[in-house]
Design a protein around this ligand. Structure first.
Ligand SMILES: Nc1ncnc2c1ncn2[C@@H]1O[C@H](COP(=O)(O)OP(=O)(O)O)[C@@H](O)[C@H]1O
Ligand SMILES: [Mg+2]
Length: 202
């Protein structure tokens, strides 16, 4: 096993002679067993769909080789590189700029195709050969509203505030590129501001 999170376990395996990663959703004993099974199956199916959807928009995501709804498991390509979370911590100024511009470009691309990621944090992005790969899309949406896109960026900003508090300028670089790439990008950024203000006065 290479990682165990709150929701899922990640382990290496071999599938049809190929080295793969298995993401397995862990049963939650506090949920009713039937509900738990259907929830894990649903998230697994959504994640497979959204990984595929993002990939078909030109956003790098792991290839999904197989899916087992009974076990709530996805069998996918392993992306071999550091998480953006770790890469940013040691990157030079120029690298930070390049990484941020690439994140901005890819998020704009997803939103431009009407989808959201649902959990945009730098732990859910992996760097491999100059590209940023996106993983963990089970909370994403299709046919997203401007509000949902705003929530996506708001979560990204919060992730920067908690994980990269010494480099908030990096978030600004991301949204600068985002707004250049997405025709309605400024409108989404206005939504982010609304969301923040609602949070402040709620
Ligand atoms: N396809 C993949 N290639 C490489 N690493 C991965 C892949 N999928 C998951 N991981 C690693 O496992 C961690 C947890 O996976 P993730 O899908 O984000 O599940 P969780 O819902 O537990 O956050 C990621 O942060 C990443 O380090
Ligand atoms: Mg994750």
């Amino acid at each position: 096993m290479i990682r165990r999170g709150a929701e899922a376990e990640i382990r290496r395996d071999v599938w049809m002679g190929r080295n793969v990663l298995i993401k397995s959703r862990i049963p939650k004993t506090y949920r009713h067993p039937t509900l738990d099974r259907s929830l894990r199956a649903h998230r697994t199916k959504m994640e497979a769909r959204l990984l595929q959807e993002a990939r078909s928009c030109g956003v790098p995501t792991p290839i999904v080789y197989d899916i087992d709804l009974e076990k709530a498991e996805l069998c996918m390509q392993e992306i071999d590189g550091p998480r953006v979370k770790d890469a940013l911590a040691t990157a030079s100024k120029e690298e930070v700029r390049r990484i941020c511009q690439e994140i901005g470009r890819m998020v704009a691309r997803m939103h431009g195709h009407g989808m959201t990621h649902g959990d945009l944090t730098t732990s859910n992005m992996i760097m491999e050969d100059e590209r940023i790969w996106f993983i963990d899309l089970s909370l994403g949406t299709k046919a997203a509203s401007m509000e949902e896109m705003g929530v996506d960026l708001h979560l990204l900003k919060e992730a920067f505030q908690s994980t990269h508090s010494d480099m908030l300028y990096a978030y600004d670089m991301i949204v600068e590129t985002y707004a250049q790439e997405l025709p309605r990008g400024r409108e989404v950024l206005a939504k982010v501001k609304d969301i923040e203000e609602r949070g402040r006065y709620a």
